[in-house]
Design a protein around this ligand. Structure first.
Ligand code: PAF
Length: 283
């Protein structure tokens, strides 16, 4: 696996691969890789001859009181895992390489509405930071296909929409959430959990699964389902930001026509913020 830190170096390598006719898949990450990321790499490997991954903790998507400084950075372990996943090229830029004019000066990409609800309502500017860095990474790598985890379902929806709105010629693919055996969705931030918190954390998945069960039986009282989920999380000692049933395409409250739904939750536990979701098709 090649590792490059400069955009110009990356472009030179990719040019050679494109001349050989290789299809290029891209997996953007913030590092601290785990089995969830490995499933993204496997999906990428399946879809292309060459796989590029990036590791970049993007300051634009962190609020002033969020965990940018303490976000886990494990470059040696990440490189080892990417090598094992048969990644061809690791792009490891610095903040200066990505935002040479300074992060406050950078051109921003904003996907309206989709960015303002759910996590966007409690993390102002977060999705603008995500859309901006992903648009920039797409411009740098120009992949044929890019793979994102469906655990961050709102992020995935926003990136799909941005790609469509800006006519970026990349196929955006979602990969299913990878879970621990007790249901907890894998996340780099799970390492912030104490052992007591880790034991309780699967309640998020359990509450979502119960909501899906209700919808499956024909229940369409969204506010009652949301209230029940909220209560389950609060009773377990979590502080929910939201527990919401939404249309999976618009992220709005389901209309009478909505069939493809998603139940999403975000809740704080100690200093950790857990997010998760489950899809469900309404009969
Ligand atoms: O999901 C992530 O790890 C990040 O939000 C992403 C897509 C790599 C952008 O920084």
């Amino acid at each position: 696996m090649l590792t490059v830190a400069r955009i110009a170096e990356l472009r030179a390598v990719l040019q050679g691969w494109r001349r050989e006719g290789a299809r290029i898949a891209f997996v953007p990450t913030m590092g601290n890789l785990h089995a969830g990321h490995m499933s993204l790499l496997a999906a990428a490997r399946f879809r292309a001859e060459r796989v590029v991954a990036s590791v970049f903790v993007n300051p634009l998507q962190f609020g002033p009181n969020e965990d940018f400084d303490r976000y886990p950075r494990t470059p040696v372990e990440d490189a080892q895992l990417l090598q094992e996943a048969r990644c061809d090229l690791l792009f490891l830029p610095t903040v200066d390489e990505m935002y040479p004019e300074g992060r406050d000066q950078a051109t921003r990409v904003l996907v309206r509405e989709l960015s303002e609800t759910l996590c966007g309502a409690v993390r102002p500017g977060h999705f603008e930071g995500v859309a901006t860095v992903v648009a920039k990474l797409f411009g740098i790598v120009q992949p044929d296909v890019a793979v994102f985890g469906e655990k961050d379902f709102q992020q995935f929806t926003i990136i799909q929409r941005m790609t469509q709105d800006l006519s970026i010629p990349v196929e955006v693919v979602g990969a299913a959430t990878v879970r621990a055996t007790d249901g907890l969705a894998l996340s780099s931030r799970n390492r912030y959990l104490s052992s007591e918190e880790r034991a309780v954390a699967p309640v998020v998945h359990a509450a979502l699964a119960e909501a899906v069960r209700r919808i499956d039986t024909g229940d369409d009282n969204w506010s009652a389902i949301e209230h029940a989920g909220h209560t389950t999380l609060t009773d377990a000692g979590l502080r929910p930001d939201y527990f919401a049933v939404r249309d999976a395409h618009t992220l709005a409250t389901p209309s009478a026509q909505s069939r493809d739904l998603v139940v999403l939750a975000a809740a704080r536990m100690g200093r950790t913020r857990l997010i998760d979701n489950l899809r469900v098709t309404r009969r």
